[in-house]
Design a protein around this ligand. Structure first.
Ligand SMILES: [Zn+2]
Length: 273
C-alpha cells in the first residue's frame, strides 16, 4: 500500500533508508526542521540547513520516487537561546516561498521552560502573520503531559488560530484526547521503545477513530526506525482493519492536512472515502 511518512528527519538517514521506504510503498515524506544532533553555532548554520531541506533533500528523495515536503523553524532543544532563536525566526520568511514548504514546525516545548514558551509563541506569531500551517512537537516522557497541556492552553487562548491548521505531534494515550477535543490534528509517533509502538497506535485508532489522526516514524539521529510505518500498516491489517481505513490514516489524512498549505505541490490526487 502507498503511504506517507508525515514526520521524518531524512537528513539524518542514509540513502538505503530511502531505498527501503520506497520499496515498502512510501510515496511522500514531510520533514520538520529539527536539532542537528548538536547545537548549531549561528543563525547562518540554520540558513544552510534550510537550504538543505528545500534544495538538496527533495532531489535526493526524488531519486527514489519519494516526494519531499518540509517545515521550517528553530527547534525547542535550541530555543533556550532566545537571541539566536529570534535571529533564526527573522530569516525564515526568506524561505517560505520555496516549493514544498508546508509551514512552521516542529515548534513546541522540550523541557517546558519559560524561554521555550517565549520562542514557541514568537513562531506562532510568525505563522499567523504569514498564514502558515503549524506542526507542534510535544515533549518526551515525564515532561509530555504538562508540556502538552501548556501548548494546548497557549494555542487555545489565541483566537486567530484555526485548530484544523495545526498538527499536535507525538501524542500518546494520555494526551491524544485533549488535542482531538480542541479540534487539532494529531500525530502518533511510532518509536521502537518510547513514544508509541505500532500496536499502541492501533489501540488509539480503535478508541478515537480515524478522523484528524495520522502516524509517523519520526526517524532521526537516535533510536528510531523508518520501517515502523509499514509495521503499523501490518499491525492494522492483523487487527482486522480494512484497506480503506488503513489508507485513510496513512495516506489520505496527511494529504488532507498538507493540502491546506499554500505551496502544497504533491502531484497525486487526494482520494476521498
Ligand atoms: Zn521530529
Amino acid at each position: 500500500m502507498n503511504y506517507i511518512d508525515p514526520h521524518i528527519h531524512m537528513v539524518s538517514r542514509i540513502t538505503d533508508d530511502y531505498v527501503r521506504m520506497s520499496r515498502a510503498g512510501c510515496v511522500a515524506v514531510s520533514e520538520p526542521a529539527f536539532w542537528a544532533g548538536f547545537d548549531r553555532g549561528s543563525a547562518e548554520a540554520f540558513r544552510d540547513y534550510f537550504r538543505q531541506l528545500t534544495e538538496f533533500e527533495p532531489k535526493r528523495a526524488a531519486q527514489f520516487g519519494i516526494h519531499h515536503l518540509c517545515w521550517l523553524c528553530i527547534n525547542a532543544k535550541e530555543a533556550e537561546n532566545v537571541a539566536l532563536s529570534r535571529e533564526v525566526i527573522s530569516i525564515i520568511p526568506q524561505f517560505l516561498d520555496r516549493p514544498g514548504v508546508l509551514g512552521i514546525g516542529e515548534i513546541g516545548l522540550n523541557k517546558n521552560t519559560k524561554n521555550e514558551a517565549t520562542v514557541f509563541l514568537e513562531h506562532v506569531e510568525l505563522a499567523m502573520k504569514t498564514d502558515e500551517l503549524i506542526l507542534v512537537h510535544t515533549p518526551h516522557l515525564e515532561d509530555k503531559f504538562k508540556g502538552t497541556r501548556m501548548i494546548l492552553d497557549m494555542l487555545k487562548s489565541d483566537r486567530r488560530i484555526n485548530p484544523q491548521r495545526v498538527l499536535i505531534d507525538h501524542v500518546e494515550e494520555h494526551t491524544i484526547q485533549p488535542a482531538l477535543d480542541a479540534g487539532f490534528w494529531v500525530g502518533m509517533t511510532l518509536y521502537p521503545v518510547t513514544k508509541c509502538t505500532p500496536d499502541r497506535a492501533v489501540d488509539m485508532v480503535e478508541r478515537y477513530g480515524t478522523d484528524r489522526i495520522m502516524a509517523n516514524s519520526a526517524g532521526d539521529w537516535g533510536n528510531s526506525n523508518p520501517m515502523n510505518m509499514p509495521d503499523f500498516i501490518r499491525a492494522l491489517r492483523a487487527r482486522g482493519h480494512n484497506e480503506a481505513t488503513i489508507r485513510k490514516i496513512v495516506y489520505d489524512n496527511p494529504l488532507r492536512f498538507f493540502s491546506q498549505a499554500k505551496r502544497f505541490n504533491f502531484p497525486a490526487p487526494i482520494i476521498s472515502l
